[in-house]
Unconditional design. Sequence first.
Length: 463
Amino acid sequence: MIRAIWFILRLGLLVAAVGWVMAHPGDVRIDWQDYTIETSTQFLLFFITFIVVLFALGYRFYRAFISVPKAVRHYREVQSRENGYLAITRGLASVAAGDGTGAAKQAKRAKKLLPDAPLTGLLTAQAALMAGDTAAAKLEFETLLDDKHASFFGIRGLMKLAANENDYARLVELMQHAELIAPKQPWIVAQLFENEATQGQWQKAEQSLSKAVRLGAIDRIAGEHHRQALLLARAMETEDQDILHTAISLAKKAYRIDPSFAPAAVFYARLLLETNKQRAAIKVVEKTWETNQHPDLQELWHSMTPALRKKDASDLDRAENRYYWVRRLFKKAPHSSASAAILGRAAMAAEKWEEARGLFKQSGDYRMLAKLELVDGGDEGKAREWLEMAAETPGKPAWVCRSCGQSGKKWKPLCRGCGAFNTSVWALSSGVGGRRKNPSPTISIDAPGDGIIAPPTPQSSGK
């Protein structure tokens, strides 16, 4: 609209100027050497205007003529860029389809047409990965690190390579770099926490865990569970360094997060016993026993049995003293089969046969019932019946890794089989599986956008 108004305005000015000249005629005389030129003012102005227009058109023609090579070069560049991006598009489609040959062909074409484009580097790296050439892929990913707009492509690719090679130091370095570029990406912080914990860097892992929970990468309940495991791991490490005061402080924090977690309760109570705080240790065991009747608590409770004041105490006296001590723990969870089992054994040792029989039936401890039948009455037939029933009962539970199936009697922050952090649960073990001699980080770079990365190739390691 403005351009139309401006055109009409200029046209009006031109018409007005022509009209004014035509309305005021005049003559012009030019004397130059022996020549005299006489003409009208209107003709002179027309002639001057014609010459100016002619020169302007000639100049534009000249500029157009000398710019032909540049225009041709520009046209070729545009065509090359369009063909290059078409090759990249086709190459990435081949990557997504798992066509390594097609990806390599298009990568080579894109490299020729668009050698400096970041997407060309990404396609070339992916094609190299599909061909098994990790050295070439690594070189392309490292080149991408220098491009501020595409550096994350390089980081992601190098992280995957480091994970496949179990190069933990390089992996953590790349994760820290990734966090600087995208500090609010939840998956980066979650992966950083996992790998720091896997390598036993408890304090760094605790900081990463807090950030992961804050960003929503790990929910708060799971975060508290991991934090308890980290604090307990730090307490164990500190105790090994003979820093008992710090170990107790850390163990107390771990215990308070979830008193029903038996490893934290047992470790904290044991440290209290080492510092002659038996009353506090008893309270810890009793509180945990109310919700979790773990065998390790039984052992610790037996170790705290008060000594008899009677000097000439018989074995039966000591057994009866232990019975009353165990009965105190039994009252904290009287309906539990584990409580019944532990009190039944104490009652049997104190020769309280009928009470022991009732408690063993409550707990389903058929092996102890068979033993009781032999001790109290010598009924071998009845004992055999109990043993047949015992053969059908499931085995004893253990700490089993959810990741690889490795089982053990004691809880550890890291699985001895696969090295995973805080994956052990107290459950029936179906056997040991997935064992690896050298635990290493179990790294999976799972993040939004992995769909454009080349399909995973079969690997022989860990199979």
